[in-house]
Write a protein that binds this ligand. Structure first.
Ligand code: DLL
Length: 433
């Protein structure tokens, strides 16, 4: 079902006019109200009055993750502090704080964007949505929650984890729709099998999965294990959270809510705009946001855009499922982690060398497992098991507190991790996605 045909099935030219009006309005607001953007535009000698067509967006400055870091926490706020109703942060809780501050209207926009997302997967007010995205600072839980409420569906605000309880609730309340990360969906299926629960016989028949990379193979597995249809959904904290783009019943590319978020594809090396259909870095401008609107935000996600007509009737541009990222950010059980964060944490632990290797795997349990191999300083290296155990525990503790995820540490002898000339390979990602 198309939740909002007025915008989702809008005539292409009319949409362009709307996007242009919104872009101009945004540029004026940012120039007048956000010192950071005023300075950036002045440096480029561009002012809002110079924007005469949508194409002129290419003259406007980009915003990067570094800019967000430098202006943390309120430097990009475009409204009075008192207008903020809710704040969310990216799931990588240390090192790269990314803030999204929402006004009342932003929360309404988010609810609308997610209502479109859930409706495209077949959700109606008659559905019972079991929402197992994390609730809290992460945008997944609240985003799906607001969308389900706008649709008038019944939402079970489970958050992630406590799988036995999830399975119990699923059966007691006749869940018909599941929202969680794809890896958690597979993990739950595994637990269900072990507990002798036949998921295929339950009323559950659809789900929206995202927040991490996954593949057609994983889709097929989820669909088979639950006897459901599994849809890919995409979003990021900086832009609004989930609700930026979503699959429809065609399961062939993700429709971008482009009346709200204006997409561009650029060459990640030069920043030049690429023609539609070419693969590059995805960039978004938030067209209606009030709290922390962003101009040409570089997502570092790699995809391409396509405008061929979709049988569902939506006229919005589609993005291909993500191919990867331009940086080395890892997504471990939904948490964003940069290898550099691991390195920084490691420096604090006496007795270690800055030589390490991160091995990521997704084993039979379908949950990401990380092993960090760390070289021990030669003066510290000891044959005493208890000394080495103590060091290993210290590193695991530091990683848990700094990154918010559990990492298994393996200590290795001095000089055993391969040295490299040029770009070092710190990560071995064995997840077969
Ligand atoms: O992951 C928002 C979200 C929540 C999306 C629930 C979908 C469902 P962040 O934690 O800020 O926000 O992480 C954003 O996750 O730049 C992508 O690299 C990655 N990502 C998100 N959705 C997908 C997807 C949420 N469907 C970062 N496929 C993004 C692949 C995804 N990667």
């Amino acid at each position: 079902m198309i939740f909002n045909p007025e915008y989702e099935a809008m005539d292409g030219e009319a949409r362009k006019r709307l996007q242009f009006a919104r872009l101009k309005n945004l540029a004026e607001k940012l120039y007048a109200g956000v010192a950071f953007y005023r300075k950036r535009m002045d440096e480029r000698g561009i002012q809002p009055r110079h924007i005469r067509s949508l194409k002129d967006i290419e003259g406007l400055p980009f915003t990067t993750k570094d800019d967000l870091r430098e202006t943390f926490p309120y430097g990009l706020l475009a409204c009075p502090r008192s207008s903020i109703e809710e704040i969310h942060l990216s799931s990588g809780t240390t090192g790269i704080p990314v803030v999204d501050a929402y006004t009342h209207r932003d929360i309404e926009t988010w609810g609308e964007a997610m209502a479109r997302t859930l409706a495209a997967a077949g959700c109606t007010r008659d559905d019972t949505v079991q929402n197992c995205y994390g609730y809290g600072l992460f945008t997944g839980g609240p985003g799906a929650h607001y969308g389900a409420r706008v649709l008038g569906a019944n939402v079970l605000p489970m958050s992630s984890g406590n799988t036995a309880r999830q399975l119990q609730v699923m059966r007691h309340f006749g869940t018909t729709m599941l929202t969680c990360t794809p890896s958690y969906a597979l993990f739950m299926a595994e637990e269900a099998r072990e507990a002798g629960i036949d998921l295929r016989s339950l009323p559950l028949n659809k789900g929206c999965f995202g927040a991490e990379p996954w593949s057609e193979n994983m889709r097929r597995e989820i669909e088979a294990q639950y006897a459901m249809r599994a849809y890919d959904i995409y979003g990021l904290t900086e832009i609004i959270g989930p609700g930026v783009a979503f699959e429809c019943e065609a399961q062939d590319g993700l429709h971008i809510n482009e009346d709200l978020f204006y997409p561009e594809i650029i060459d990640p090396d030069t920043g030049a705009a690429l023609p539609e259909g070419e693969k590059g870095e995805l960039v978004f401008t938030t067209l209606t946001k009030e709290g922390t609107p962003l101009l040409r935000y570089r997502t570092r996600d790699i995809t391409f855009l396509r405008r061929d007509p979709c049988p569902c009737g939506r006229t919005t541009v589609k993005m291909h499922r993500l191919f990867g990222r331009t940086d080395d950010m890892l997504i471990i059980r939904g948490v964003n982690v940069f290898p550099s964060q691991i390195e920084h944490a490691l420096i604090e632990v006496e007795g270690t060398e800055p030589h390490y290797l991160i091995l990521v795997d997704r084993g039979a349990s379908h949950l990401d497992a990380v092993e960090l191999q760390v070289e021990v300083n030669k003066n510290f290296f000891s044959d005493e098991t208890k000394d080495m155990e103590g060091l290993r525990n210290r590193i695991e503790g530091v990683m848990k507190s700094k990154l918010g995820i559990s990492i298994k540490v393996k200590l290795v002898e001095p000089k055993t991790i391969e040295r490299s000339i040029g770009k070092s390979k710190r990560v071995v990602d064995r997840r077969a996605l």
